[in-house]
Each structure stands twice: as C-alpha cells, then as structure tokens.
Design a protein around this ligand. Structure first.
Ligand code: NAD
Length: 289
C-alpha cells in the first residue's frame, strides 16, 4: 500500500480519493474549499492545509482540478516539496498542450508523469468504475496501474504523453454530435407520428445505436434513469460538455484539422450553456422542438 497525495477533492476527486482509502492506501489530501476538504476527511482522507504539505511524504501525486492553468500553477507550487522519484498522475480534463507542458515541468524536476483523464462521471467515480485514458511511458503506466485500479473499471494506455487527453477530447466530440442528432431524430419522429418508444426500440437494435440513445435517451419514457425523466438533472452537465468541446476546438485549431460537425456542435453548446449550464447536455433537445 502507498501514501498518495490527492489534490482536488471536488465532485470527482472526493469519491476517487475515498476509493483509494477504502483500498487500504494512505491518502493525504488538499482542497482550498473547506467543505470539500471536510467531506474528504469524513471518508478517511488526511487533509493538509496546503498542497505542498500534502505531497511531502507521498510516492504518488494525483491531481483532479478544473483547468489546465490550475494544474500548471499547482505543479509549480508542489514540485519543490515532492519526494524524489514520486509518480505524478493528472486526471483533470485539460488540453493536450497543457498536458505536455505539465509533463515537461514534472520531468524536469525528475518525476515520471502521466495524463490520465477519465470518463464515467460522478457515478463512475463513486462506484470505482471510471475509464482512465492514459498517456505516458509503458514503465510509468505499469507503476500507475495498481494505484488507478481501485478507482477504475478500465485503464487504457493510449500512447505517449498527451494521448490520454487526445482520446478524451475526441470521444467527447463524438458524444456531443451524437446527442444533438439523437435529439433531432426524436423530434422528427414525433412530427412524423412515430412514437418515442418505437424509435427507441428500432435504433437500439439497429445501426444508429449509441450511448446517447440507449443510456442517455433525451425523451422521457424509454430509459427511466435518463436525465430526461428527471428535469434534466445531470448526468453530465452542459457546462462540462461545453468545456470539453472548447478543448476539442483548441486541438482542431492547433492541428489545422477539419471537423465541421464537431465545430458546429461546439457552437450549439456554446449558445446553450449561457442559460442551461447546470442541466444535463441531453437537454439540447429542448432547443430543437
Ligand atoms: P469540481 O469543481 O467539483 O472539483 C475540483 C476541485 O479542485 C474543487 O473542489 C476545487 O476547490 C479544487 N482545487 C482548485 N484548485 C486546487 C489546488 N490548487 N489544489 C487542490 N485543489 C484545488 O470539479 P470536478 O467535477 O470534480 O471535475 C474535476 C476534473 O474532472 C475537471 O477537469 C473535469 O473536467 C473533469 N471531469 C469531470 C467529470 C464530471 O462529471 N464532473 C467527468 C469527467 C471528467
């Protein structure tokens, strides 16, 4: 069992850290928001008053922060206090460029470092079933696997540094487009006199099937657990989809890629987030009726 520093004990980091404690690790946590720190302490995390102090005795340092800028600032603050040879794992969703920058900063200080963003949301974080998309060396990924395992349903080594973030933005760009077009299909079906249940039964047994239908169905009825049955309570909040599409668009621009549907989806969610950031992103169907 290891001593693990966990920085960022919010909606995702709190339950992830709790799963590490439950697996028998010693977890040293830090979060500047007192309520987040208190919730983590109640699950067995030893909370420190600063990130620098939390990392001092840790063999592994995990960050789960809102943005790339915060990860960069956090690394600048904590690296001087980290143990020689500590393994750094960043599970925040940040840009590929930021992922490469923080990898370089950690490497210059003598540390192995991985980008390891996740999919699965707060539910997956709580259940310990997150999908980790990992970028970095084989040796670092091998060292990280037993640490990630109590938080993970699966751990996919995607390639070199930045590949985990690349996989995450590509996946979420697909998801954004699918959720919009699934909404379009259900609205069109309604206008054609086709019931939502019939369309659901056909799509889920046919070539249009995808998570945006079989799990996150945007109309009430066919999937009782989908946010459409619960006033579009997330789920995956529109604000987070908007953030991830922003990162996807950064990547499209920096690589001079052509992504007309992803770009249009980013525009649609940029307009929707203004008044609906807290709703599940499947609520986009409401703009199509
Ligand atoms: P959150 O805002 O609930 O938690 C982030 C926490 O980081 C906050 O409690 C904040 O106080 C803390 N923090 C900020 N600066 C810090 C610092 N220097 N040191 C320590 N803690 C600091 O956000 P979240 O929903 O937990 O998301 C975290 C990351 O995971 C984001 O990058 C997000 O995009 C990604 N993500 C979220 C979800 C989701 O469903 N919420 C799903 C997949 C990925």
């Amino acid at each position: 069992m290891s001593t693990i520093a966990f920085l960022g004990l919010g909606n995702m980091g709190g339950p992830m850290a709790a799963n590490l404690v439950a697996a028998g690790h010693t977890v040293h946590g830090y979060d500047p928001v007192p309520a987040a720190a208190e919730r983590a302490a109640a699950t067995g995390v030893t909370v420190f008053p600063a990130g620098l102090e939390a990392v001092m005795d840790a063999a592994v340092v995990i960050t789960m922060l809102p943005s790339g800028e915060l990860v960069r600032r956090c690394y600048d603050e904590i690296l001087p206090g980290a143990q020689t040879g500590a393994l750094f794992i960043d599970s925040s969703t940040i840009s590929v460029d930021d992922a490469r920058t923080v990898h370089q900063i950690a490497g210059d200080a003598g540390h192995a470092q991985l980008d390891a963003p996740v999919s699965g949301g707060v539910k997956g974080a709580t259940a310990g079933t997150l999908a980790f998309m990992v970028g970095g060396t084989e040796a670092a990924v091998t060292a990280a696997r037993p640490i990630l395992e109590p938080m993970a349903g699966k751990v996919i080594h995607c390639g070199a540094t930045g590949s985990g973030q690349a996989a995450k933005v590509c996946n979420n760009m697909v998801l954004a487009v699918q959720q919009i077009v699934v909404g379009e299909a259900f609205v069109l079906a309604d206008k054609l006199g086709l019931s939502a249940q019939s369309l659901f039964d056909v799509i889920t047994g046919a070539t249009g099937n995808c998570w945006a239908v079989h799990t996150n169905c945007p109309v009430p009825g066919p999937v009782p657990t989908s946010p459409a049955n619960h006033d579009f309570r997330p789920g995956f909040a529109t604000a987070l989809m908007h953030k991830d599409l922003g990162l996807a668009m950064d990547a499209v621009r920096s690589t001079a890629s052509v992504a007309p549907l992803g770009t249009h989806a980013a525009e649609i969610y940029a307009a929707f987030v203004v008044d609906h950031g807290g709703e599940d992103f499947s609520a986009i169907i409401e703009t199509l009726r």
